[in-house]
Design a binder for this molecule. Structure first.
Ligand SMILES: C[S@@+](CC[C@H](N)C(=O)[O-])C[C@H]1O[C@@H](n2cnc3c(N)ncnc32)[C@H](O)[C@@H]1O
Length: 223
């Protein structure tokens, strides 16, 4: 069966490649169940190819503490969990309809996840006020919020921490490719994020054309 995502089809990767890379990775049956639920109910989730990369990254980093903004129905959260089940995972989402479904999937997977049903900015403010840091921060919320999350993310990253932002290529629109004007603000703000991140003297970053584009960010090593 041809892999089709109901929305946000990766327009930066040809369909046949997306299908191949998505199906290449074996994954727990519960992850396939979440993917099918998302397709049937038209709920946005990370593309499986990007999820597989995230999971691999987590398994390499072995982060003690993870923060995710944008739980949705918990697909990316479970990929993070399976990457390193020892991690203490905090995930934030203000949409209670979605978090109710995520909770069910977490339970079914037997995954211990700290789900914060609140606004991401409020959660971050609380973590900052307590001086808490994270070894991995994954942002998958509203694209126009990314630059504002990014300002906070830098203070929340531990010395070895890595931040990952999803959808930064936004179907290629950030490159100047023609797009509907309803996306103008999101495209402008994503470009602002990419421009800012590139100019930080103490951070290094990389854009990976995986899924809808992942931005990776970490502190530079100081010699
Ligand atoms: C694309 S979905 C997340 C998909 C999820 N990461 C996955 O792969 O299963 C984006 C989610 O971000 C949440 N969101 C957007 N802005 C937010 C904010 N400021 N605070 C908390 N949640 C937010 C939305 O409610 C939505 O569920």
């Amino acid at each position: 069966m041809k892999f089709k995502r109901w929305q946000n089809l990766s327009e930066i990767v040809p369909d046949y490649i997306e299908e191949f890379t998505s199906n290449y990775n074996s994954r727990e049956s519960i992850l396939i169940e979440v993917e099918e639920f998302a397709k049937e109910n038209k709920v946005p989730i990370l593309l499986p190819s990007a999820a597989a990369f995230l999971r691999f990254l987590v398994s390499v980093l072995e982060p003690e503490r993870v923060l995710e903004v944008g739980t949705g129905i918990g697909y990316s959260t479970l990929n993070i969990y399976y990457g390193y089940p020892e991690a203490e995972i905090f995930t934030v989402d203000s949409n209670r309809k979605r978090t109710a479904i995520a909770k069910e999937f977490f339970k079914k997977a037997g995954a211990s996840i700290k789900l914060l049903e609140m606004d991401g900015f409020d959660a971050i403010r609380e973590f900052l006020s307590k001086g808490e840091t994270f070894d991995l921060i994954f942002i998958d919320s509203v694209k126009s919020e990314y630059p504002f999350f990014n300002y906070k993310v830098q203070s929340l990253l531990s010395d070895r921490g890595v931040a990952v932002f999803d959808n930064v290529l936004f179907r290629g629109y950030v490159t100047g490719k023609e797009f509907d004007k309803k996306y103008k603000r999101s495209v402008e703000l994503l470009n602002l994020l990419l421009h800012h991140v590139k100019s930080y003297p103490n951070f290094c970053s990389s854009i990976l054309p995986v899924g809808d584009g992942l931005l990776l960010l970490k502190r530079k090593f100081v010699l």
